[in-house]
Design a protein around this ligand. Structure first.
Ligand code: FES
Length: 164
């Protein structure tokens, strides 16, 4: 019959192995749990960016691109008969950007994007992602950040609204 060997504090070798294994498993699992938590915190909801009538002419609105709500920073762009919502975060290092005339500027390292979201001046190299847009029953523009469109998909249904 096996006997537990106790140390001076009353902890047997078997108890020590069980505790050590538990600590090791917890340490290995913690990064995975932290990633899941971060992913859960990513914006997934819909944002009402106001009535369509607020976007009656060509413009870039940075009203919803604020440092206080960085996770949901978006640019609402009306260009001709299209309205779309681009990310308000620079593709270089994620600073919140500002609209300036027909351009989107990043003050962190001075990248600029055109109204379509294509970089015109670095260091940013990647275009801005767009989010799904739709109209609700009250004719408000709804941006769904859970549905993203890369540049190759900007012509797909949902990537923009046709407006007149
Ligand atoms: S974060 Fe925008 S240029 Fe660097």
């Amino acid at each position: 019959m096996e006997r537990a060997i106790e140390d001076g504090n009353g902890l047997s070798r078997r108890d020590f192995v069980i505790v050590a294994t538990g600590v090791a498993v917890t340490c290995l699992a913690l990064p995975v749990l932290q990633q899941a938590t971060a992913a859960d915190a990513a914006p997934t909801g819909e944002i009402d960016v106001g009535p369509l009538s607020n976007y009656a002419h060509d413009m870039i609105s940075d009203k919803f691109a604020t440092k206080e709500k960085k996770a949901t920073a978006i640019m609402v762009v009306r260009k001709g008969d299209k309205l779309y919502a681009s990310s308000g975060l620079c593709t270089h290092r994620g600073c919140v950007m500002q609209a300036s005339g027909d351009a989107i500027n990043c003050n962190c390292h001075h990248s600029t994007f055109n109204s379509a979201g294509v970089p015109q001046k670095g260091p940013a190299k990647l275009p801005l992602v767009r989010y799904a847009v739709s109209l609700n029953d009250d004719k408000h523009v709804i941006v769904d950040m859970s549905k993203q469109f890369m540049q190759s998909d900007w012509d797909k249904d949902g990537a923009s609204l046709k407006v007149t």
